[in-house]
Ligand binder design. Structure first.
Ligand SMILES: O=C(O)CCC(=O)C(=O)O
Ligand SMILES: [Fe+2]
Length: 453
């Protein structure tokens, strides 16, 4: 797709006319459309339905609303078509966040969430396009583990990630833009009552899935959550969930979804100021979508098919695409919360250093390519900095590392980070499936690699 690759440049990413041409049916920074959305005064969902969502989340860790219970301002079918258009141009589904309609939906989702949970949009927006013959939804995971929240200064105890009234401090609204069925990878949930790690936390050793599925009766507790286009599901940061492996043969319609994360500020601060809502300006949207793809890119190792559902054609991308996404984010980085910047820097460094052999030639040299000392020790750090300075080398991974360390005043990349390169520590080096998916595998020690593994 040479044309698509050609268009994937910073100039296009920041151009309203480019995005309008990709999806002519949708709006980009269209003031008249935005005014129409803001003028709307219908409620999105009945208060009684939101109450039911609340009690289901408290009881089971998940809930659902049917299309008949929801009245979205944005046309759901047009958003789905938009995702397919983006695919044609080589863009991941998350880039639907470039369009006003996605933010209209975020606003509606916010109204439902406020009523059901009291949580606010934290800008964790992700799009998915599952083609069951080639890809599937994310493999089983919890959206957050202690290694996601402790870098944000939140105490490690899982029990403290719930409010005094029991509501989770992080809840996702997952909107189906096409019908989501078991055949095309609808979501599946494990009810909290059968999941001992839900509120107590997972042991450092041992697989939470194996803890739960010890006998036949446990398998019967798995709940499939099909929803027709325009319906949505809800789950907390601790609910184990996944998209099923759909039917591989035959013509199964793609499953397209758009998810929004809602949190309390003390648990996960909004990635950029809510003052930019309801319609953030294009540069902010572009930076967010780019960063979100990087944020999940570590999935390429632990959940390749899930990563494909998220990244589309970018799933096999090399260094130059990663660098492009990172540059777009960096250009707006100051507008993002320091904890998010830190997370994206960590992910960017991690995925850059983990590119398979040959992928780096797509663009920049990586730190692996014989630069001498790798990141980690002070000596290496200084050597890296000096190399960057001396050779005017544009090694974005190293720069990101240094920039992130300088801006946070923390040493983010320790010597064990070298394991990412050495191949000596596969347990640590392989990001496990994690929203951001937090792995449900054997965990030898907490990993600091963020939401996706
Ligand atoms: O759509 C999927 O397959 C995964 C969705 C998910 O894990 C989430 O929204 O938290
Ligand atoms: Fe998830």
């Amino acid at each position: 797709m040479a044309d698509a690759a050609e268009a994937q440049r910073e100039e296009s990413i920041f151009s309203t006319s480019y995005w309008r041409q990709v999806c002519p049916e949708l709006h980009v920074e269209d003031k008249a459309y935005q005014a129409e959305v803001l003028a709307r005064d219908r409620s999105v969902a009945a208060v009684a339905d939101c109450r039911e969502v609340r009690s289901r989340i408290l009881e089971e860790g998940f809930a659902a609303l049917s299309p008949a219970q929801l009245s979205w301002t944005a046309p759901v079918g047009r958003l789905a078509q938009g995702v397919l258009q983006l695919e044609k141009h080589g863009w991941p589904a998350t880039f639907i966040a470039l369009y006003d309609e996605a933010w209209a939906m975020a606003r509606d989702a916010g109204a439902v969430m406020r009523e059901a949970t009291g949580n606010s949009l934290c800008m964790d927006v992700v799009g998915f396009l599952v083609r069951p013959s080639q890809t599937k939804g994310f493999s089983p995971h919890r959206d957050r583990q202690p290694e996601d929240w402790t870098p944000k200064g939140v105490p490690p105890e899982t029990a403290a990630t719930f409010k005094p009234d029991g509501m989770a401090k992080y809840v996702t609204l997952w909107a189906a833009l096409t019908d989501a069925t078991p055949e095309n990878s609808c979501l599946h949930f494990v009810p909290r009552r059968v999941d001992p790690g839900y509120s107590a936390g997972d042991p450092d050793d041992g697989d939470p899935m194996l803890r739960i599925f010890q006998d036949k009766a446990a398998f019967q507790t798995i709940r499939s959550a099909p929803v027709a286009a325009g319906g949505c599901t809800f789950h907390t940061h601790r609910t184990i969930h996944w998209g099923s492996a759909g039917r591989r043969a035959g013509e199964v319609a793609p499953r397209i979804a758009l998810s929004f994360g809602f949190s309390t500020e003390d648990f996960e601060p909004p990635y950029f100021s809510p003052k930019a809502l309801p319609f953030p300006e294009l540069r902010l949207r572009a930076a967010l979508a780019s960063a979100q793809v990087l944020n999940y890119a570590t999935l390429a190792v632990g959940d390749r098919e899930g990563w494909s559902a998220l990244a589309g054609e970018m799933a096999g991308c090399g260094a130059s695409t990663l660098r492009l996404l990172h540059r777009v984010f960096q250009s707006q980085a100051k507008r993002f919360h320091p904890t998010y910047r830190k997370e994206i820097a960590t992910k960017f460094v991690s995925v850059s250093l983990n590119l398979p052999p040959g992928a780096a030639e797509e663009g920049a040299k990586t730190a692996e390519e014989g630069k001498g000392p790798g990141p980690g020790s002070q000596k290496r750090r200084r050597a890296a900095a000096k190399q960057v300075e001396d050779s005017d080398d544009d090694d974005d991974a190293l720069m990101a590392m240094l920039e992130a360390e300088a801006s946070t005043g923390e040493v983010l990349f320790h010597d064990d980070f070298d394991l990412l390169n050495s191949g000596e520590g596969p347990e640590e080096a392989s990001p496990k499936p994690a929203r951001k998916k937090k792995a449900l595998g054997k965990r030898k020690k907490p990993r600091g690699t963020g939401k996706n593994g």
